[in-house]
Ligand binder design. Sequence first.
Ligand code: GDP
Length: 444
Amino acid sequence: MFENLSDKLDLVFKKLRGQGVMTEENVKDALREVRLVLLEADVNFKVVKDFVEKVRSRAVGTEVLQSLTPGQQVIKIVHDELVALMGGGEDNSLDLAAKPPVAIMMVGLQGAGKTTTCGKLARYLKSQRRRPLLVPADVYRPAAIEQLKTLGRQLSIEVVDARADQDPVDICRNALQYAERSGFDTVIFDTAGRHQIDDFLMDELVRIKGAVEPREILFVADAMTGQEAVNVASGFNDRLDITGVVLTKLDGDAKGGAALSIKAVTGRPVKFAGIGEKLDALEVFHADRLVSRILGMGDVLTLVEKAQSVFDAKDAERLQQKLKKSQFDLEDFKSQLQQIKKMGSIDSILGMIPGVGKMMKQLQGAQPSEKELKRIEAIIDSMTRAERANHSIINGSRRLRIAKGSGTSVQEVNQLLKRFTEAQRVMKQLQKLGPKGLMKGMGG
Ligand code: GDP
């Protein structure tokens, strides 16, 4: 995500970190570079100007220049101001408290990811124990209605029936009444998009807004289009008074300009981020976490949240007990690997851990791949139950059998057993240390 921006800021920061003594001149130089990097990332010109001025006025304060780590302080200021720029700390949650059914209108240009985001949002709301209804109101793009119906089927979420010859305003009005009758508490309207803003489209959207009185009008913005997305967002906001933005395609090689300027320019918060084509690739937007990712500080909070949503509390408790008794065996090892896999691709998880993202780039190929994990699972599957519980009974001929059974080599089996023995040893030590010792070990 935003690799170019991230790498370049990293270079500027490296220089800053090295500065023992800091002068106004140093700060000015660094900020000149930050300014260029942001402009290159397609951040709105005026936003960059204001941003640099804010950082400068804070950074040349005596407090910073006389501190022991002036470079670090400047980096922290840049971090904090980037977070503020993207609306960090402000409430960006959906306004769903009104009497149901609550209407959410999705708007944006064609191709921005509106229909996909409708599906993702419905899935998200369902996971929040709401009962969403999807409404296809794009009667112009031939496949749009069918696309939404397909998403609905995949998600087991109802999609209202609509035909291309119907008036979109009627479709929406009827759908809202149907939702009320049938006990749906949230209604998501997938409206039409064009390749660019035009009056006909805007008039239609204004009429739909009048008919369904949405609590939320979310503008779906393609982050890959940079400043263009920001301009279009402003256009939609002028006519519709949007309540928030969903930034899509943040998984692509977007430069960052849209993400960094859209809140500052429109005054509307980014509420969600689309990070892939699949229906689970939607995240509640957290400015602070995104900034930490951009600045290579990792995204531990997102990681923790993901882990919590995947790891079963009972399972964790059982594991704790086993660890205490030093009974952690290969069977547990395998189930841990499977849970890690459930959290998403290994690469994306590693990228969230501070420092690892950068390291991985240097170590191309050295990180455990999905393929390697599959092989590890295959090896463990080829062992007998007794062997999994106590791997010291696995002798040479059994190793050969296991290798054959799992389609791997004896070396790989040996390597796995060696790594597991090592992991067991570390766990035993951690157990001995206890939570307090652990903190000490980590320098906390
Ligand atoms: P619409 O015309 O605005 O309704 O756009 P669609 O929902 O049809 O999406 C257009 C394309 O963008 C499709 O190929 C989607 O799979 C893709 N897309 C949508 N959101 C994302 C995202 O967050 N990441 C990526 N990589 N692709 C996305």
